[in-house]
Design a protein around this ligand. Structure first.
Ligand code: TRP
Ligand code: ZN
Length: 880
C-alpha cells in the first residue's frame, strides 16, 4: 500500500515568484547520451516577492555539472543541488547572472518530457513541467523571459536544427559538427521552449500577414514523407488568414515551423514559432488518411497556431488557469473548423465528443471544475473538462453578450494582457468592462464540477393562446450553490414548421436562465406547440423533460435548427435502446418495441434530404453509441445488455430502411475516375455511404459482408477501405480474418495505418478479443514505448469496447492493469491516461464493479507507482 501522502498544490496558495528571469541564453550540444546544457540566466529579485528569500530552481532528474554566479564559481556552502532542485541560500538582492551546466541523456528519456529522441530525432516537450528536465529553472508560467538558443550537433546526425523564434546565424562548428542560433524576441514561460535536431524533409511556402510581414511557413517530416505534409502546410496558411479575419490576430515572427515526430504524449504542442506535433496530426494522404484524419490535422494545426495569441502572447499565471488558454483555443479551433466545413454538422460532432468524454468525466470520480482548485499532478488535468467544457463556457459567453460585444471583449483581452500571464478573472474582466455587465453567474461555470440538469415543463392554454415554459436548474450533488447563467436558445415549432410567437424575455432567440427556476410565456400561440430547446446546444447541460415521440418527430421533421433536429432523432433512438435493455431477453430476430414510426420518419427524411446534405443525413442515421446509452442509464450498467439492445435496434432500422440503404450506398460512391478530395462535401458523401453500409450489414450480415468485401477491394481512399474493414470486422468468420490479414500486410510499413488496424481489432465485441489484443501486443509493429501504438490497441480496448473491457470475469480490467503497470515504468503520463478507462467503474452492475475495484486495488499495491498513476488511482478509488 502506498502510504506517503501526495503533495497537493492549491490555487489559494498562489504567490508571485520571489525572483524573475529576464533573459535566458541556452547553449545545447546535442549528443545521443550526453547532451551538455549551459544555461545563462539573468535574474533579479521580484518586487512583488519576498525580500531575501532563497532562490529555489526546479529540476527533475538533473545532475549539476557546474555553477557560477556573475562569472565566479560559487562556494559549496552557498547552494545545495539535488535531482529536483538547485537552491541558492542567500542570492544577491540586485540583478545577477547564474550560469548552470547540466548533462542529460535524451536517449534514456522514455517519459517523452524534456529533451528526448524520437526515431533518432532530438525534440523537446516542456509543457507543463518538462523544462526542468533540461536545466534548473523557475519552471512556472508567470516567469517569462527572452530566450536565445545555440544548438550544436553532429551535422550528419542532425542536419536540421530548429529553435524558437527567428534564425540568427548558423554554420560549421568543428569537424563534423555544425550549429545554429535562434532568437525569440517575445518573452515566454519555459513551457513554450522547444528545440529540434535531426534528419527531416521539409515543405514550405510564403505567407504575408495582414500587416505586411513576410513569413516562411514550413512543415518538417520524416525523410520520404514530404508528399504527406501538404495538407498541414495549407492548413497553417488558412489558420493564419482566419485568425486575422475572425479575431484580428496576425503572426509575429519571420518563420513558423511545424515538426512531426512519431513518439509524442499528446496531440501537439504550441511552442513559440516551433510547434511540435504527433505525426498522426500532420501526415495525410488519400492512401493513408481517412476524412476524419484530414479534419483532425486541420483542426489541430489550427489549434496550435491559435495558441500563438491565446496561450503564448497572453499566457497563464499558473496551471489552475489552464482553461484560459485551452478552453479558449478549443473554442477558436471549433469556430475555424465550422467556417471551413459545415457549421451545423461540426457542432453536432462537438456535442457528441463532449457527451462521450466530458459528461462521464463530470459524473464520475475524476470530476473537477473547469478551473481546478487543487492538484497533485498537473499533467492529469489536460482533460475533456478543461478543454471541451472550457470551450463551452466561452461559447456561452458569446451567446450571452452577442458576437459584436464578444469580439470587442476579445480585442480588449488581448490588448490588456499582451505579454502577461493572466487569469480567468482577467479574461472575464475584459468582457465585463466592454459590456458593463455583471458576469458573475457565468463565472460560476468555472468553479462548479458536475453536469447541470435543466428541468423543463411546457403548458399550453388554448383559451388564452399562451404557452408557458417553466425551467429549473439543478447541479446534482451541489444543490445549494449559487445558480449558473444558462443561455437557452429556443423557439416553438408546429406541424408546419417554426411558429412566430412572441416572448419579451427571449432576445435574439435566447432566454437566459440565471435563477434556480424561472418561467417565460409566449403569446399569440394558436395551437399547442413543440418547444425546440437548446438550439445549437447552447449550454453543456442535460435536459429533463417529458416529451413524446410524436413531439420529437415534429422537431426532426420541421425544426430549423440542425442540432435539435438531430437530437430529436437521437432521443427516440435512445428511448428505444434503453427499453430494449430492459426487455427480459432481447429478441434475436431483430424486432422489439415499436420503432415503426421512427423508421418511417427516417425514411421520409432520407427521401427528402439525404442528397442535399449527406453529412447531416449520416449523423441522423447514426444511433447513440453504447457509451452514450450507458451514460444515459447511469447506474447498474450491464454492457452486454446495452450492446445487444443497440444491435437489435440497428438491425430493425436496417431492415426497415431496406432498399433505400443500398441505393444510398451506390449513389454516394466516389466516381471511379474522380480525384480524391478531403473537402467536407465529399467527406459527407462518404460518411453517408458508410453509414448505409453499417446498417445494411446490421440488417443482413451476408449482404453486408458481400458489399463490404467489394468495397474493401475497390476503394481508392482510406475512408472507404477502413469503413469496409470495420463492417467486416463485426462479422465473425474467414472473410474477416482474410481482410484483416490483407490490410495488415498491405500497410506493414505504415505505422499510422497499422494503428487503425490495431484499433479495429481491439473494438471487436467478442470474447476472443482479449486474447487477440494480447497477441497483438507481440506484433512486431507494436511497441509499449510508442504512445500512438499503445492508445490504438490498449486505449481503444479500454475506452471503446465496453463489453470486452468490462467483462464479467474481470479479464479486460486485468489486461488494462497489466499494461498500466508495465508502461508506468517508462512513461507515467501515458500510463495515467490509460488508467482513466476505469473512470466510470462505479456505474457498472455490482459484479463488474467488484472486479474493477479488485483490479484497481492490485495496481495500488504495486511498488514504485509514479505520481501520475497514483493520483488517478487515488481519485478513481475515492481515496486520493
Ligand atoms: N498545450 C498542448 C495543447 O493542447 C497540449 C499539451 C500539454 C501537451 N501537455 C503536453 C502536448 C504534453 C504534448 C505533451 O495544444
Ligand atoms: Zn491547446
Amino acid at each position: 500500500m502506498r502510504t506517503e501522502t501526495p503533495i497537493l498544490i492549491r490555487l489559494e496558495d498562489y504567490r508571485p515568484s520571489d525572483y524573475l528571469i529576464d533573459t535566458v541564453e541556452l547553449d545545447m550540444r546535442l549528443h545521443p547520451r550526453e547532451t551538455r546544457v549551459v544555461a545563462t540566466l539573468a535574474l533579479r529579485p521580484n518586487p512583488a516577492g519576498r525580500p531575501n528569500a532563497p532562490l529555489v530552481l526546479d529540476g527533475d532528474d538533473l545532475v549539476l555539472v557546474g555553477l557560477t554566479l556573475d562569472g565566479t564559481v560559487l562556494d559549496e556552502a552557498a547552494y545545495s543541488a539535488s535531482a529536483s532542485a538547485l537552491t541558492l541560500h542567500a542570492p544577491p538582492q540586485a540583478p545577477f547572472t547564474l550560469t548552470i551546466e547540466t548533462r542529460i541523456d535524451p536517449t534514456a528519456n522514455t517519459k517523452l518530457m524534456g529533451l528526448y529522441r524520437s526515431s533518432g530525432v532530438y525534440c523537446t516537450q516542456c509543457e507543463a513541467d518538462g523544462f526542468r528536465r533540461i536545466t534548473y529553472f523557475l519552471d512556472r508560467p508567470d516567469v517569462m523571459a527572452v530566450y536565445t538558443t545555440r544548438i550544436e550537433a553532429d551535422a550528419a546526425e542532425a542536419p536540421v536544427l530548429l529553435g524558437n523564434g527567428n534564425l540568427r546565424e548558423s554554420g560549421p562548428a568543428g569537424p563534423g559538427r555544425h550549429y545554429a542560433v535562434w532568437d525569440d524576441p517575445h518573452p515566454k514561460p519555459a513551457y513554450l521552449f522547444a528545440l529540434v535536431g535531426g534528419r527531416l524533409d521539409r515543405v514550405s511556402r510564403d505567407f504575408t500577414t495582414v500587416d505586411g510581414r513576410a513569413v516562411t511557413l514550413a512543415v518538417y517530416v520524416e525523410p520520404g514523407k514530404a508528399d504527406r505534409a501538404g495538407y498541414a502546410l495549407d492548413a497553417i496558411a488558412r489558420s493564419m488568414t482566419w485568425d486575422e479575419e475572425a479575431f484580428g490576430r496576425a503572426y509575429d515572427l519571420d518563420v513558423f515551423n511545424v515538426v512531426a515526430v512519431s513518439d509524442f504524449n499528446m496531440g501537439a504542442m504550441e511552442n513559440k514559432g516551433l510547434n511540435i506535433f504527433n505525426d498522426k496530426y500532420v501526415l495525410a494522404s488519400p492512401e493513408t488518411a481517412t476524412d476524419a484524419d484530414y479534419a483532425a490535422v486541420e483542426r489541430i494545426i489550427a489549434h496550435e497556431y491559435f495558441h500563438n495569441w491565446s496561450g503564448n502572447r497572453v499566457t497563464c499565471r499558473d496551471w489552475f488557469q489552464l482553461c484560459l488558454k485551452e478552453g479558449l483555443t478549443v473554442f477558436r479551433d471549433q469556430e475555424f473548423s465550422s467556417d471551413m466545413r459545415s457549421r451545423a454538422v461540426h457542432r453536432i460532432g462537438e456535442v457528441r465528443t463532449l457527451r462521450a468524454r466530458q459528461f462521464p468525466e463530470d459524473a464520475g470520480p475524476l470530476a473537477h471544475p473547469v478551473r481546478p482548485k487543487v492538484y497533485a499532478e498537473i499533467n492529469n488535468f489536460y482533460t475533456a473538462t478543461v478543454y471541451e467544457k472550457g470551450a463551452e463556457i466561452v461559447r456561452m459567453l458569446r451567446t450571452l453578450i452577442g458576437p459584436a460585444a464578444f469580439r470587442a471583449g476579445m480585442d480588449r483581452y488581448f490588448s490588456d494582457n499582451d505579454g502577461r500571464a493572466a487569469t480567468v478573472e482577467d479574461f472575464l474582466a475584459a468582457f465585463a468592462t466592454e459590456t458593463g455587465r455583471d458576469l458573475s453567474a457565468l463565472a460560476q461555470w468555472y468553479e462548479r464540477p458536475g453536469t447541470t440538469v435543466i428541468g423543463v415543463e411546457g403548458h399550453y392554454d388554448s383559451s388564452a393562446r399562451t404557452y408557458r415554459l417553466c425551467f429549473r436548474q439543478r447541479l446534482p450533488g451541489a444543490e445549494d450553490g449559487p445558480p449558473l447563467a444558462v443561455p437557452i436558445a429556443l423557439g416553438l415549432v408546429g406541424e408546419d414548421g417554426p411558429i412566430a410567437a412572441s416572448c419579451e424575455r427571449v432576445v435574439e432567440g435566447v432566454f437566459v436562465l440565471d435563477r434556480p427556476s424561472d418561467e417565460i410565456v409566449f403569446t399569440d400561440v394558436d395551437a399547442r406547440p413543440v418547444p425546440s430547446l437548446f438550439r445549437g446546444f447552447s449550454a453543456p447541460v442535460r435536459i429533463e423533460m417529458a416529451s413524446s415521440d410524436a413531439e420529437r418527430l415534429t422537431l426532426l421533421a420541421h425544426d430549423t435548427d440542425a442540432f435539435t433536429r438531430w437530437q430529436a432523432g437521437q432521443s427516440i433512438a435512445m428511448r428505444l435502446i434503453v427499453e430494449r435493455t430492459k426487455a427480459e431477453a432481447p429478441s434475436a430476430d431483430g424486432t422489439g418495441p415499436d420503432a415503426e414510426a421512427f423508421i418511417a420518419a427516417l425514411s421520409t427524411f432520407l427521401d427528402a434530404e439525404a442528397l442535399s446534405d449527406p453529412a447531416f443525413a449520416a449523423l441522423v442515421l447514426g444511433l447513440p453509441s453504447e457509451g452514450d446509452v450507458a451514460n444515459e442509464i447511469g447506474r447498474n450498467i450491464d454492457p452486454d445488455a446495452i450492446h445487444s439492445a443497440r444491435r437489435t435496434l440497428r438491425r430493425q432500422v436496417g431492415r426497415g430502411l431496406g432498399s433505400r440503404l443500398e441505393a444510398l450506398h451506390t449513389a454516394m460512391a466516389d466516381g471511379p475516375d474522380a480525384a480524391f478530395s478531403p473537402d467536407a462535401a465529399s467527406a459527407g458523401r462518404r460518411a453517408l455511404r458508410n453509414a448505409a453500409l453499417d446498417l445494411i450489414a446490421a440488417a443482413d450480415e451476408g449482404r453486408g459482408a458481400e458489399l463490404a468485401a467489394a468495397q474493401f477491394t475497390d476503394s481508392t481512399n482510406m475512408t472507404d477501405r477502413l469503413a469496409a474493414l470495420s463492417a467486416l470486422a463485426a462479422i465473425p468468420g474467414e472473410a474477416r480474418e482474410d481482410a484483416l490479414h490483407a490490410f495488415g500486410t498491405r500497410y506493414a510499413a505504415e505505422p499510422l495505418v497499422l494503428d487503425k488496424w490495431f484499433a479495429i481489432q481491439a473494438l471487436i465485441p467478442e470474447e476472443g478479443t482479449i486474447s487477440r489484443v494480447g497477441r497483438l501486443q507481440d506484433h512486431p509493429a507494436f511497441a509499449m514505448t510508442n504512445p500512438n501504438r499503445v492508445r490504438a490497441l490498449i486505449g481503444t480496448f479500454g475506452m471503446a469496447n465496453p463489453t470486452q473491457f468490462a467483462r464479467p470475469d474481470g479479464a479486460g480490467f486485468r489486461l488494462m492493469a497489466d499494461a498500466v503497470r508495465m508502461i508506468d515504468g517508462t512513461n507515467p503520463q501515458l500510463a495515467a491516461r490509460l488508467l482513466t478507462a476505469f473512470g466510470s467503474w462505479r456505474m457498472l452492475e455490482p459484479g463488474r464493479q467488484a472486479q474493477a475495484k479488485a483490479t484497481l486495488g492490485e495496481i495500488v499495491s504495486a511498488p514504485g507507482l509514479s505520481r501520475d498513476v497514483a493520483d488517478i488511482l487515488g481519485r478513481t478509488l475515492g481515496t486520493g
